[in-house]
Design a protein around this ligand. Structure first.
Ligand code: SAM
Length: 163
């Protein structure tokens, strides 16, 4: 599995718990402090041996992964949850580092409705809209988006399958 955006390791723990003991999650985090806290959390959760935290801008980490001959084949599952401006770039990397059948989940694709009115958030909304448009058009993907309303407000996620 591949995750883009680790923060404190909350989603990493859920994903790694679903992996078999010899499964691996590579998770990309820009901030060393976040990576340090995530390392402590995944270790405390007892799944640290499955989690490889890579520190740095994710676009650089992803390019390095693509060139890494020791990487264990394509990723089966990718979770995109970092800087929304780069969602399309991350989607493209997810496809390139995946295989037919790889499932990609992209978080925060509704953004309190800002995708319909990008002036609500001129930094993040255009990146999300661009990635949703890519999911709709890119022949390498089948995809859908699901809205969620709950204690964290109005948002949603997109799920895509590499064809
Ligand atoms: C929404 S949080 C991730 C939450 C996490 N996936 C979870 O659900 O527990 C986004 C994280 O992405 C990191 N981030 C932002 N821009 C990044 C970049 N260009 N490369 C790597 N990580 C980045 C942030 O530092 C932050 O820790």
């Amino acid at each position: 599995m591949l995750e883009i955006g680790t923060l404190a390791g909350f989603s990493a723990i859920w994903m790694a718990q679903g992996l078999p003991d010899d499964g691996r999650l590579v998770t990309c985090e820009y901030l060393p402090k976040h990576a340090e806290i995530a390392r402590a959390n995944v270790d405390m959760a007892g799944i640290g041996h499955k989690v490889d935290i890579r520190i740095g801008p994710a676009l650089e980490t992803l390019a390095a992964l693509a060139e890494d001959p020791t990487r264990d084949g394509p990723f089966d599952f990718v979770f995109i949850d970092a800087d929304k401006e780069n969602d399309s770039n991350y989607l493209d990397w997810a496809i390139r580092l995946g295989r037919p059948g790889t499932v990609i989940v992209m978080d925060n694709v509704i953004w309190e409705g800002a995708i319909l009115d990008p002036s609500m958030d001129e930094v993040n909304a255009p990146g999300i809209v661009g990635a949703l448009e890519m999911m709709g058009k890119d022949p390498r993907l089948d995809a859908t988006a699901i809205q969620t309303v709950g204690s964290k407000g109005w948002d949603g996620f997109a799920v895509a399958r590499v064809v």
